[in-house]
Design a protein around this ligand. Structure first.
Ligand code: FAD
Length: 416
């Protein structure tokens, strides 16, 4: 079923009784050409682009819970392409371009809203770094505007400009960044993949791999063995656990990241704002809730919930930047498990096991990457060649020492 203004009118006139389920519930087949583990944003986008770009539809997405139960439905919905390094920036620029045409492409309203992302700066050194980043972005065709203090005052007057420790000196504004309704992204890709013939298998956990002579031949699941010529892993926070079933130890740690949402308020924050002197960022949802977050909980964990010290840390930073936030009541908070790589950048590559492919290491930032990640992972699965946009994202970069260290913090996954 294609959604259109006409279909909305027709269904409204017939009591909305004729809408079809957005995807089918399928029984697993015995074998597929390609099995993708993980029905999050990346797994579903990969299945969609395998079908759309390569006409490969004998494909299954195997998800242990329900589609979108992982980080794709837990993130703070920010998209952006404000990267400095040439190994990262063209990839995220491509992702942003895909976001811009996504809803028309998969015929689903994902509420893509390019309302701007502003990174604040609080010192001369930060101002210089922001200018450098902005120049790098513009050279690669991504928009960036360096604002001075007055420019920020005009753009975001509700901030606290006169904090004594961290006065706001300016900011780097990336107007094409913004927010997207996160679970609608999972649903849109799921619907598009299903419509092209991909099987979406919910409540199907992968419990092991079938590997024969160094080549993967299938996956053991809670619904039985599924044979496959190729298997792609896109399990985000569970990457280390799933890779261990194939005998691999990866340069990835799992950490908890929390997010918070306030009660609904009148519109006050038009875009995304990030604090440059503490761990805090904020936007306002279409329902009016202030959506904000900060840093990792700083210990390894697979639990989808965090702890109170980080709550305090985030709220303190929020109060410093925007004291009026203290009047709002907190509605909900939650956590997600981050697949933190050693250099803070992702891995999209082949693995030492033939026929087994890896998509991981998304750290805090995998939501904005969803379209490009699916696009490039589908390319890798279909052709066995890394896409040119992910050439710097290989697994062997950690052995070769060619890291993709955007923040310059070295092999310290909790600091990226
Ligand atoms: C609080 C928070 C805020 C964030 N904010 C942002 C943001 O603003 N912008 C941004 O770009 N990124 C953000 N992120 C990061 C982003 O959400 C993730 O990097 C991204 O969603 C990860 O990819 P995914 O969507 O495929 O993961 P997921 O949705 O987690 O998908 C992985 C799936 O694999 C499944 N799985 C795991 N093990 C198995 C198994 N054995 N068998 C079968 N299935 C399995 C899981 O159930 C899960 O559904 C945030 C994350 C969190 C938690």
């Amino acid at each position: 079923m294609r959604y259109s203004a006409l279909s909305i009118v027709k269904n409204a006139l017939s009591g909305n009784r004729h809408w079809k389920p957005v995807w089918r519930e399928r029984e697993p087949k015995k074998a597929y050409d390609i099995v993708i583990i993980g029905g999050g944003g990346h797994g579903l986008a990969t299945a969609y682009y395998l079908a759309r770009n390569f006409n490969l539809t004998n494909v299954a997405v195997v998800e242990k819970g329900y589609l979108g139960s992982g980080n794709v439905g837990r993130n703070t919905t920010i998209i952006r392409a404000n990267y400095l390094l040439h190994g990262n920036n063209p990839f995220y620029a491509h992702s942003l371009k895909l976001w811009e045409g996504l809803e028309r492409d998969f015929n689903f309203n994902a509420m893509v809203s390019q309302r701007g992302v502003l990174n604040l700066v609080h010192s001369d050194a930060q101002y210089d770094a922001a200018a450098r980043r902005g120049n790098s972005m513009r050279l690669l065709g991504v928009d960036a505007e360096l604002l001075d203090r007055r420019g920020v005052q005009k753009y975001a007057p509700y901030l606290n400009f006169d904090q004594e420790r961290f006065p706001i000196q300016g900011g780097l504004l990336h107007r094409r960044g913004g927010n997207v309704r996160h679970d609608a992204v999972a649903w849109g890709y799921a619907r598009g993949a299903d419509a092209r013939g991909v099987d979406l298998l919910q409540n199907t956990e992968v419990t092991g791999f079938k590997i024969s002579r160094g080549r993967v031949t299938g996956v053991e699941t809670s619904r039985g063995l599924i044979r496959a010529k190729k298997v792609g892993m896109a399990v985000a926070g569970s990457t280390s656990r799933v890779a261990a079933m194939a005998g691999m130890r990866l340069p990835i740690e799992s950490h908890v990241l929390q997010a918070f949402v306030s009660e609904g308020l009148k519109p006050i924050v038009p875009g995304v704002v990030t604090f440059g002197a503490g761990h805090f960022y904020l936007s306002q949802s279409d329902k009016g809730g202030l959506v904000f977050g900060g840093d990792l909980d700083m210990y390894n964990s697979y639990a989808q919930r965090g702890n109170l010290p980080t709550v305090e840390h985030v709220i303190e930073a929020g109060m410093t930047l925007m004291p009026s936030i203290g009047r709002a009541r907190l509605l909900r908070s939650w956590g997600g498990v981050m697949d933190m790589s050693m250099d803070g950048s992702p891995i999209i590559d082949l693995t030492p096991v033939k026929g087994l492919y890896l998509n991981a290491g998304w750290c805090y930032g995998g939501f904005k990457a969803t379209p490009a990640s699916g696009w490039c992972f589908a390319h890798l699965l279909a052709t066995d060649e890394p896409h040119q946009l992910t050439r710097a994202m290989g697994l062997d970069r950690f052995e070769r020492g060619h890291l993709l260290d955007e923040t310059g913090r070295g092999a310290q996954p909790n600091l990226h």
